[in-house]
Design a protein around this ligand. Structure first.
Ligand SMILES: Nc1ncnc2c1ncn2[C@@H]1O[C@H](COP(=O)(O)OP(=O)(O)OP(=O)(O)O)[C@@H](O)[C@H]1O
Length: 259
């Protein structure tokens, strides 16, 4: 089930360094939102606050709220591990467990959460997750072979299957195609389009065409200079950001004049 995200007055720190300042943003369920902006403006940092991955670094902390269907992920007594089952994450480099089989890779997250599951239910879940990740037909005859034996694009879709298997409501993707060739990139982009029927998807990308192809809304972030915090400059429907942005900095960035 897809959920909405409301970010309120969020500041994100590494120790004393304010990396991202005062973000307010509403992300609709069943949509794809792209984060774009020059290097160092805090896209990945902000993304990682949406499933409490930021705070795993010593000294890293946030101020403000991130509400998932109205419930604050940073509220008192909220378990960050539980948060990460609701808000899954796919990383830049495909990172399947290399010695595990394809099947075991899909089930890895479910097992980490200590969920007991029968063989039949596991088989169903493996098939459903791999179908959901557009990978089933390519791997159905070699489920017991190692995940490391797949191509980069297949590995990334395997990681997406692993994320889907724990039935999250939100999927965060940090430059999920940056290590992939153009054909695999298209396969993952097609998949992102399908994922939004069931999940809220947020993707960080350096590739403007990709943001334009896959997202419904785009958030442009910027920094005033080194050591300054990243800020959200403009957040609007993707068409508007690319064709008719309100801010000059957005226009300069999307037209390739800086960044
Ligand atoms: N582990 C860390 N410790 C301290 N500062 C960090 C850490 N990670 C990132 N930063 C700083 O936080 C700021 C934002 O970095 P972040 O990686 O979120 O930007 P980004 O927009 O995702 O960049 P890129 O597009 O290059 O990936 C930068 O100034 C960066 O140097």
């Amino acid at each position: 089930m897809s959920k909405r995200i409301d970010v309120e007055n969020l500041n994100v720190y590494y120790g004393d360094f304010l990396a991202v300042e005062n973000i307010n943003m509403a992300i609709e369920p069943r949509s794809v939102t792209a984060f774009i902006g020059p290097s160092g403006c805090g896209k990945s940092t902000f993304l990682r606050t949406l499933n409490r991955m930021h705070e795993v670094l010593p000294g890293a902390r946030v101020e403000g709220k991130v509400l998932l269907d109205g419930e604050d992920l940073y509220g008192k007594g909220v378990d960050p591990v539980a948060v990460r089952t609701h808000v899954g994450m796919v990383f830049q480099r495909p990172n399947p467990f290399p010695t595990m089989s394809i099947r075991e890779n899909v089930l890895a997250g479910v097992k980490l959460n200590n969920k007991k599951i029968s063989r039949t239910d596991a088989d169903d879940l493996v098939e459903k997750s791999l179908r959901g990740a557009n990978l089933w037909n390519e791997v159905k005859d070699r489920l017991d072979k190692p995940g490391a034996g797949l191509s980069g694009g297949q590995q990334q879709r395997l990681c997406i299957a692993r994320t889907i298997a724990v039935k999250p409501e939100v999927i965060l993707m940090d430059e999920p195609c940056s290590a992939l060739d153009p054909i695999s990139t298209l396969a993952v982009e097609d998949l992102i389009n399908e994922l939004k029927e069931e999940f809220t998807v947020v993707i960080v990308t350096h590739n403007m065409q990709q943001a334009a192809r896959v997202s419904d809304k785009t958030a442009f972030f910027n920094i005033a200079g080194t050591g300054k915090p990243g800020k959200l400059i403009e957040y609007a429907p993707t068409q508007e950001i690319f064709n008719n942005p309100s801010e000059k900095a957005t226009e300069d960035y999307v037209s390739g004049r800086f960044g």
